[in-house]
Design a protein around this ligand. Structure first.
Ligand code: PMP
Length: 360
């Protein structure tokens, strides 16, 4: 067996222990004589899997009882529509534009009502998080929307916006479970799981219970109402069973390895290794303003496209996969999610040092 260091932005690296356990259980899940992929979502075995996954996530994130946990489908992008459909009662909401994913959510919301740009970092190619201490939020806005960690640009909110009492809704796809969060500060948190938690296709939504009502925009399909999903404990229809099963294993792995406080320490130390190198390198440069840096996605450039391409190719040959930056920004990006071992980042930095020495 040979595994590479996979720096993909998502789908992304998962803990080897989790993959190994899933492999061991593939043909016969705990004496059921079948894999989780083959079992009824109404079976006792699956009921245990989904209940345990929810309980473990609640423990990990310290989710208060007045928040529902939903396992959904359709990718994070489907939430761009579900959020306005379910929450844009006044047909007006504020969006902070910090990158492609926030922009996509903003465009989608415009289908349903007035989506207002509250702040943006487009002026500097989304390389920073704008000041959100005094945003032009009006009383008639239903919510304030953020993309908390910007996967493509490598920025992260280190202070949540002052929403002036309005609901905060956050896309945490690329920072979910990377550190502790205070769930009570949000009306809703959601994440596509394919970065830090599991296979693509599953989405986790954590929503304050009182916000989940039948009072949704006219024409909202049954499947796209949070109420439908909440009333049926995410089992209104067949859920993404295998995805939920893997998420459950990752929750257990996180609990076993010290929970989110410990994870934050590990992630910060891991990111520091790479940022410290970038800060002193004469060839490689981080593209993000220091105070907005993500500890999950680290974009960098050499300033020379051909050299970037040479680096990506040589890195790949040396076992460092998926370092090419997003197609819209170029350069490089190392995504260093929870399951990227510290050794992977150390090895990458060693490789970058060698490349720098050989090419200057
Ligand atoms: N939000 C963020 C922050 C993302 O990084 C992505 C995907 N990379 C999405 C939303 C869209 O996710 P999906 O492909 O699951 O719709």
């Amino acid at each position: 067996m040979s595994r590479v260091y996979n720096f993909s932005a998502g789908p992304a690296v998962l803990p080897v222990e989790v993959l190994q356990e899933a492999a061991d259980e593939m043909l016969d899940y705990r004496g059921t004589g079948m894999s989780v992929m083959e079992m009824s979502h109404r079976s006792k075995a699956f009921d245990n899997i989904i209940k345990e996954a929810e309980a473990d996530l609640r423990k990990l994130m310290n989710i208060p009882d007045n928040y529902k946990v939903l396992f959904l489908q359709g990718g994070a992008s489907q939430q761009f529509a579900m959020i306005p459909m379910n929450f844009m009662k006044n047909r007006k909401a504020g969006y902070i534009l910090t990158g492609q994913w926030a922009k996509k959510a903003f465009s989608e919301a415009k289908i349903f009502g007035e989506a207002v740009e509250l702040a943006s970092s487009a002026d500097k190619t989304f390389t920073y998080i704008p000041d959100c201490s005094d945003l032009p939020i009006t009383d008639d806005m239903d919510y304030v929307y953020i993309c908390e960690n910007n996967t493509i640009y490598g920025t992260k909110y280190h202070t949540l916006p002052n929403t002036k009492g309005k609901l905060l809704i956050a896309d945490q796809s690329s920072c979910f479970l990377s550190e502790p969060v205070d769930v009570t500060k949000y009306g809703m948190i959601y994440a596509g799981v394919q970065k830090n938690v599991g296979p693509a296709g599953t989405v986790i939504a954590i929503i304050r219970e009182d916000l989940i009502t039948d009072d949704v925009l006219p024409g909202t399909p049954t499947m796209l109402k949070y109420k439908t999903q909440a009333d049926n404990d995410s089992l209104y229809n067949t859920p993404p069973c295998y995805g939920i099963y893997i998420c459950g294993k990752v929750f257990k792995w996180l609990l076993k390895t010290g929970g989110l406080e410990e994870r934050k320490k590990i992630n910060e130390a891991k990111a520091k290794i790479l940022y410290d190198f970038l800060d002193q390198s004469k060839m490689f440069k981080g593209t993000v303003e220091k105070e907005s840096r993500s500890i999950m996605n680290v974009p960098f450039v050499t300033g020379d496209k051909d050299l970037d391409a040479k680096f990506v190719a040589e890195a790949k040959a040396a076992g460092f996969e998926n370092l090419k930056g997003h197609r819209t920004v170029g350069g490089m990006r190392a995504s260093i999610y929870n399951a990227m071992p510290t050794e992977g980042v150390v090895a990458l930095v060693d490789f970058m040092k060698k490349f720098e020495a050989e090419n200057t």
